[in-house]
Design a protein. Structure first.
Length: 326
C-alpha cells in the first residue's frame, strides 16, 4: 500500500460512547489469548504433548503478538491523531489482521454447527492420535478472536469511510477507463490463473480426496475448512478481476473492492501462517508436512499477495484521481 492512498479526512471524534465501547471490547477480547500464551510458555497449559508445545511457542515468537498490535490498532482507529498516520502504515496491519481473523470468524461457527449436527472433529495429530490442543482452548481463543474481529472491523469501517470514503463511491460502471493499468491487469489475470492450483487441490480435499493429507485429517471439520478456503480463493480472484476490468458494471464499487481486500488477505495471510507452521522443525515423522500440502499453502499465499497488489494499486490510483478534483 502506498502513501498516496490519502484523501481529505473528516474529523473522527475519539470519545463517544460507541467508540469507547468498541475499543474496550476489542481490548478485552485479547485477554484470553494473552493469558493462554503466558500459560503455554510457562506451564504447558492446554498442550497434551511437550513437543507440540515447543512448536507452538516457536510460532508465537516468530509471529509476534497480534494482541498487542490490536491494542495499538484500537488507539489508531479511535483517536484523532490516528488520521495522521501514513496510509500504508495503517492499511497494511489491518489487512494482515483481516487475513488472520476472517477465516476464524467464518470457519469456527461453521465447525460448531457441523459438530452440533453430528460431524466428527479434527482433533488428532500424529501417529499417537493425541489432540494437538485440548478442546476447550479452541472455544476460548476463537471466541475471543471473533469478538475482537467484529469490534476491530466496526472501528476500521468507520475510520476508512471517513478517511478514504471518496475512493469507492459510485458503481463499477462509473470508474474511469484505465483505473487499473495494464501491468496490474496482467497481474490480476496471473493471480487468477495461479489460484486454480490451490483451488483445485482444496476442491479435491473437499470432495473426499486424501492425497497430501496426514493421518487423522480426513474429518468433517476439514470439509468445512476446505469449503471456506475454496470460497475465499474464488471470491478473491473474482473481486480482483471485476476491479481490474470493470466487470459487473451495475455493482457498487465497495462490493468487488471488499472481496479483494478481505479474501486476498484471508488467502495470503492464512496460507502464510499455515506454511510457517509446516516449515518449523518436527521431531516426529508423522508431523512432517507432505509436499502437496506445502505447495498448496505456498501457492495460496502467493496468489493472495498478487491479488492484493492489484487492490492496492486501484486504491492508489483512485486517491491520485480524487486529489485532482476541484
Amino acid at each position: 500500500m502506498t502513501q498516496t492512498l490519502t484523501a481529505t479526512p473528516a474529523p473522527v471524534p475519539g470519545g463517544t460512547r460507541t467508540l469507547r465501547l468498541l475499543r474496550a471490547t476489542a481490548i478485552a477480547a485479547c485477554l484470553p489469548y494473552l493469558g493462554l500464551k503466558v500459560a503455554w510458555i510457562a506451564r504447558n497449559r492446554g498442550f497434551p504433548r511437550e513437543r507440540l508445545r515447543r512448536r507452538c511457542v516457536y510460532i508465537r515468537v516468530a509471529m509476534g503478538s497480534p494482541s498487542a498490535d490490536s491494542v495499538i490498532g484500537d488507539l489508531l482507529l479511535t483517536r484523532p491523531w490516528g488520521l495522521r498516520v501514513p496510509a500504508w502504515a495503517m492499511a497494511l496491519p489491518v489487512w494482515v489482521a483481516t487475513g488472520l481473523l476472517a477465516p476464524i470468524m467464518a470457519g469456527f461457527p461453521l465447525q460448531l454447527l457441523t459438530r452440533a449436527l453430528g460431524g466428527d472433529t479434527a482433533t488428532s495429530s500424529g501417529a499417537e492420535g493425541e489432540p494437538f490442543l485440548d478442546s476447550w482452548v479452541f472455544g476460548v481463543v476463537y471466541t475471543g478472536f471473533i469478538v475482537q474481529g467484529l469490534a476491530l472491523g466496526a472501528l476500521f469501517a468507520r475510520y476508512a469511510r471517513r478517511r478514504w470514503g471518496r475512493l469507492w463511491r459510485g458503481r463499477v460502471r462509473d470508474l474511469p477507463a484505465g483505473v487499473v493499468r495494464a501491468p496490474y491487469r496482467a497481474v490480476a489475470v496471473v493471480g487468477a490463473v495461479l489460484a486454480s492450483f490451490p483451488l483445485a487441490v482444496r476442491l479435491y480435499w473437499l470432495c473426499g480426496g486424501s492425497a497430501g493429507l496426514r493421518d487423522g485429517e480426513r474429518t468433517a471439520d476439514v470439509h468445512v475448512l476446505e469449503g471456506m478456503h475454496v470460497a475465499f480463493l474464488a471470491a478473491a480472484a473474482a473481486g480482483t478481476l471485476l476491479l481490474a476490468f470493470r466487470g459487473g458494471r451495475a455493482l457498487p464499487v465497495p462490493a468487488p473492492l471488499a472481496a479483494n481486500w478481505v479474501c486476498s488477505a484471508a488467502t495470503a495471510c492464512w496460507g502464510g501462517w499455515m506454511l510457517l507452521a509446516l516449515l518449523l522443525p518436527a521431531d516426529d515423522p508423522a508431523d512432517r508436512p507432505t509436499t502437496l500440502l506445502t505447495l498448496t499453502y505456498a501457492g495460496q499465499m502467493t496468489v493472495g499477495l498478487l491479488l492484493a497488489s492489484v487492490g492496492a494499486h486501484f486504491l492508489a490510483r483512485r486517491s491520485a484521481a480524487v486529489r485532482t478534483l476541484p
